[in-house]
Design a protein around this ligand. Structure first.
Ligand code: IPE
Ligand code: IPE
Ligand code: MG
Length: 246
């Protein structure tokens, strides 16, 4: 593997978010069932988590199942649920050993009690870990996230815990499932759309689309994404000259 990351030269994004797309096409190309693509995709998750944790990414947020993915054929949805349960079990010790704090984001109420218990137990086990925060988005939608933040604000306002004048962008953001702004958003599988991922949090993220299908996403691909990130000038509405003076 060509090593593109030279310590001191390339800075890694503080918060990296990934839309892991292309599992189905990966399997189809090989004449396999879509579920085989998802299984292979789980290996790319392990690889990516370890790479990010060992290269100083602070927060990694992965889109594993969207609120729209329930519309898929029932056998694919149930296969994915089984896969989540088995990965939760097989990766539990490794995640903890690697000092990773795991958090699940999304509307978890729709999942089975068994899955909910496994999720709660992994979150609890890794609660005090500090190497990297790993957010796994399941039954997640960016619109759902904004809606639940709005609901929480209204409920606080009705209980007189917050005044109307104190409702601002920060008070909304603090109630989101993921509070931190995304620095780099990567989407594999070649599509350049956000598919209802972190709508609020991606307001100023850099966006990198790569053609590699998710199961093929490896260290080299991720280094290319980081190199791209490093080549961007993040202006946040300012001019290039203003940025140079900072
Ligand atoms: C992403 O891969 C995984 C999930 C949405 C669960 P896809 O299953 O969407 O793969 P393609 O886009 O059909 O290739
Ligand atoms: C987005 O991928 C969701 C995940 C990666 C979990 P999709 O494959 O569901 O997105 P669309 O439907 O093609 O936009
Ligand atoms: Mg897809």
């Amino acid at each position: 593997m060509q090593n593109l990351l030279h310590p001191g030269e390339v800075s890694v994004p503080r918060h990296l978010a990934i839309i892991m797309d292309g599992n189905g096409r990966w399997a189809k190309k090989r004449g396999m069932m879509r579920l085989m693509g998802h299984r292979q995709g789980a290996k790319a998750v392990t690889r990516t988590v370890e790479f990010c944790a060992s290269h100083g990414v602070s927060i990694l947020t992965l889109f594993a199942f969207s609120s729209e993915n329930w519309k898929r054929p029932p056998e694919e949805v149930s296969g994915l649920m089984d896969l989540f349960a088995s990965v939760l079990k097989s990766e539990r010790d490794r995640l903890h050993k690697n000092n990773i704090k795991v958090k699940f984001i999304g509307d978890l109420s729709r999942f089975s009690d068994k899955l909910k218990n496994a999720i709660a137990s992994l979150e609890q086990l890794t609660e005090h870990n500090s190497a990297m925060i790993l957010n796994i988005a399941i039954n997640y939608g960016g619109r759902w996230d904004i809606m639940q933040a709005a609901k929480s604000l209204v409920s606080d306002a009705l209980a007189n815990n917050i005044a109307l004048e104190d409702i601002n962008e920060q008070s909304i953001q603090q109630r989101l499932a993921v509070i931190e702004d995304v620095d780099l958003l990567v989407r594999t599988g070649g599509e350049s759309r956000i598919s209802n991922f972190l709508l609020y949090q991606c307001a100023y993220s850099e966006f990198y689309v790569c053609d590699a299908l998710w199961p093929d996403f490896d260290e080299e691909q991720i280094q290319l994404a980081f190199t791209y990130f490093n080549s961007r000038e993040r202006r946040f509405g300012m001019t290039s000259e203003q940025i140079a003076k900072k």
